[in-house]
Design a protein around this ligand. Sequence first.
Ligand SMILES: Cc1cc2nc3c(=O)[nH]c(=O)nc-3n(C[C@H](O)[C@H](O)[C@H](O)COP(=O)(O)OP(=O)(O)OC[C@H]3O[C@@H](n4cnc5c(N)ncnc54)[C@H](O)[C@@H]3O)c2cc1C
Length: 314
Amino acid sequence: MDETIIIGSGMAGLTCARTLADAGQPVRVLDKGRGIGGRMATRSVATASGRLTFDHGAQYLRPRDPEFAQVLAQAGMRPWPDGPDHGRQVGMPGMSDALRVLADGLDVTQQIEVTSILWQDGGWNLTTAHGALRCRRVVLTIPAPQISPLLGCAHPFATQSDHVVMAPCLTLMAAFPIDSPRPFATRLDPSHPLAWVAQDSTKPGRAQGAVTWVAQASHAFSNEYLEESPDDIAARMLPLLAEVLGLDPARALYVRAHRWRYAHTSTPLGQPFLRNDDRTLYAGGDWCLGSRAESAWQSGRAIARDILGGAFVD
Ligand SMILES: Cc1cc2nc3c(=O)[nH]c(=O)nc-3n(C[C@H](O)[C@H](O)[C@H](O)COP(=O)(O)OP(=O)(O)OC[C@H]3O[C@@H](n4cnc5c(N)ncnc54)[C@H](O)[C@@H]3O)c2cc1C
């Protein structure tokens, strides 16, 4: 039987795993996604213009806690000189690479989805498509609305987290020829359907044969078109992006949309994690304290410290 299984290889899960492993605790991380990082996501695609990368989740991190700033520096993050200001850090060569560094040496398995968790005979049974797993302790670091499908809607964690609100975000990735106009590095306009537009290729370490753009739709636009297919979402967002940039949409070399169903927390839990009485079940993530990767880091660290029984002092 495994000692601790953490579900989620995002910032919260990996921070928790790293802290436990560094204290000598055996820990295993499972994630249903293809790559490490969760919403700190980077898509890499081979095109006729060479390999292109897009940070289609978190754009940059702006650390407030000096300890978090140190973690980011150790994970190889660097300032984004063309970004909105110099305090904004980006992963190298993509946002997800920072979490890959954090995961170095940890036991992490991707593409394994946990579909149910049940306490039985002094341990937790986890159901996955690859068979059952058993462990003494489970740490869930998944978006709050995904907790009740795993534990059942009558579970105390489901009721304790049901006032947490997470909003969606539709994201467009688009590449244009290297000689195309680049009117700005970033643009924030919450009143526009494309509330955030960033020239991703201005981030350091991105070897690009094209100008790459990432656009995030506004709250209203994301809610309205959430259930459309990614192709239909891309078809809606590309003309908007082309208009903002003053470009012909037909010149796009690559276009894809991504649907983040649980992108940002609008109402957080208000405490760093949930825990059962015997400390065998925890739930955490950014949604506990806020909507940024730093909140996820705080939550993951707080869970690990609680498991280690107060061995750390703030
Ligand atoms: C479009 C967008 C832009 C953002 N911009 C910024 C920004 O500029 N700055 C910033 O600080 N933050 C930003 N954020 C927020 C930031 O990305 C998150 O706060 C942070 O990454 C959350 O980390 P987490 O570990 O809590 O959750 P996640 O990163 O979501 O990790 C949860 C993991 O759990 C896995 N999982 C879920 N269910 C299961 C299951 N049943 N079985 C196995 N695995 C499962 C998922 O695959 C995922 O990898 C942005 C987010 C989005 C979506």
